[in-house]
Design a binder for this molecule. Structure first.
Ligand SMILES: *Cc1c(COP(=O)(O)O)cnc(C)c1O
Length: 469
């Protein structure tokens, strides 16, 4: 499998070549040249496989430049009960007939990002060991990404992590998950500022090519193709767990921020999985809901981003969206490039005219948005009716999923985090503390370790230069 850039200006490369890269050289995102298609017989043959065996069947299509035994070994080390709490890895819980919860958040940091990030840790270590050299991962987080990356990369030779987070602006649980890590290769940099300040610093340093090359800077943000590929697997796993027979269409509801998770579902559908409808849910930051309702993608200014009680979906633009739009243009790099000039210059992409609406519909995606009040009501309702506590992001997905599911089609709602991460809102909804899985008791009381810096790119640069591997 070779990978091309959405903007048509980079030469095709293999999986391991793009693994450590962020953007392609022409500013686009890497996508596979084609989506491999699986027919019904092939799907039926995958049905009974364990998670790591299924992951091998899917991922070996995309990572075909890795020796099969090596890929199998990495998948076996990641997708097991020791890391994810059960052999199923992503178990399905049925709330009532036709309504299911796909539990993706049983990894080390209790958010779905672990499913892909744990594999990324293995892949990075593997490729660096073969090629030699070191990698310094630079990122910014508002909560879930940073802890997931740190827990995936901890203790890895050749890898150091420099993670910027907004000082005192994460939930106490999220902060503790990062700052209580005591690992020599993990550097937590708390910035006096907000998340956008952290992101701006990462962007500024990313544009400094001399620094990037000298310090061998890499990224683990959600545009990384390997993360998307790893997320395709659990759509198959959930489908096989829920569908009565291969061929029956299912609907999936996906709480969405940067369009990574739902993109993986879209690709599963392109590969032939009978996904009847993909239901994308946003919170009050509804840039994507607006697009799927109107065909107009209107990027928000940072000052217009609402700080919500589902904070991992608080985005101004969706970084993976370009991969989806590339397909809407029939994979025309030149057309995509001119559309993104419009995004960069006017903050607008307009696909409301012509035959675009029909094309968008044909991809199976629909959308809706959820407010704070609706989030609370959904958390209450799922607790009262089913005795199950869901987190705020998952609640957004359930709320929109129930509204937009086709009548009679079974609905699978993706659980993207555990309620323990967002205790304050759970208390507001239910008047009680969230359940906390074993092993996380007293997390916030553990000693914390971080460096506090001003929101100043030069200061961060000097910090990294002095400590890069
Ligand atoms: C990251 C995250 C999301 C959004 O996922 P995307 O892939 O960015 O769309 C939703 N919920 C939780 C809990 C997250 O951590």
């Amino acid at each position: 499998m070779r990978y091309i850039s959405t903007r048509g200006g980079a030469s095709p490369q293999g999986f391991t070549d793009i693994l450590l890269e962020g953007l392609a050289a022409d500013g686009g995102l890497y996508v596979p040249e084609t989506y491999p298609a699986l027919n019904e017989d092939r799907l039926a043959a995958l049905r009974a496989l364990s998670y790591p065996a299924l992951a091998f069947e899917i991922l070996s299509l995309y990572a075909d430049d890795l020796p099969a035994e090596d890929l199998r070994a990495m998948l076996g080390r990641v997708y097991n009960a020791r890391v994810f709490g059960s052999e199923e890895v992503t178990p399905v819980r049925t709330l009532e007939p036709g309504l299911h919860l796909l539990r993706l958040s049983n990894g080390p940091t209790l958010a779905f990002k672990d499913v892909a990030m744990q594999l990324l840790g293995q892949l990075f270590e593997y490729v660096l060991a073969r090629r030699g050299g070191a990698l310094n991962i630079l990122g910014a987080t508002s909560g879930d990404t940073g802890s997931s990356a740190e827990h995936a990369m901890r203790g890895k030779a050749r890898i150091r992590v420099f993670m910027l987070s907004p000082h005192r602006r994460m939930s106490p649980f999220q902060a503790a998950q990062m700052y209580a890590l005591d690992e020599p290769n993990i550097f937590n940099i708390a910035i006096r500022g907000v998340f956008d300040d952290c992101q701006d610093i990462v962007k500024a340093l990313g544009g400094d090519l001399e620094f990037k090359a000298a310090c061998r800077i890499g990224a683990v943000n959600s545009i990384n193709w390997a993360r998307i590929a790893a997320q395709i697997v659990y759509y198959f796993k959930a489908y096989f767990a829920v569908a009565r027979e291969v061929g029956e269409p299912l609907a999936f509801a996906v709480p969405t921020g940067n369009f990574g998770n739902v993109l993986a579902g879209y690709i599963a559908r392109r590969m032939g999985l009978p996904v009847g409808r993909l239901i994308l849910a946003t919170n009050e930051n509804d840039v994507l809901d607006e697009f799927f309702r109107t065909g107009r993608y209107r990027v928000r200014a940072a000052s217009q981003v609402h700080a919500t009680s589902s904070p991992s979906m608080d985005i101004s633009k969706a970084s993976n969206f370009e991969r989806y739009v590339f397909d809407l243009t029939d994979r025309d790099g030149a057309a995509l490039r001119s559309l993104w000039e419009g995004v960069d210059q006017r903050g607008l992409l307009d696909l409301s005219g012509g035959d675009h609406r029909r094309r968008i519909q044909a991809t199976g995606l629909v959308s809706g948005a959820s407010s704070h009040a609706e989030r609370l009501a959904t958390i209450r309702r799922i607790w009262n009716d089913h005795g199950v506590m869901v987190d705020t992001h998952t609640a957004d997905g359930i709320k929109v999923g129930l509204e937009r599911r086709p009548q009679g089609m079974p609905l699978v709602c993706l659980e993207t985090a555990q309620p323990a991460k967002f205790a304050a809102t759970i208390r507001e909804a239910l008047g009680r503390d969230p359940e906390r899985p074993p092993g996380y008791e007293g997390l916030e009381a553990r000693p914390q370790r971080f460096d506090l810096l001003e929101a100043d790119a030069q200061a961060v640069k000097a910090f990294i230069r002095a400590r890069a591997g």
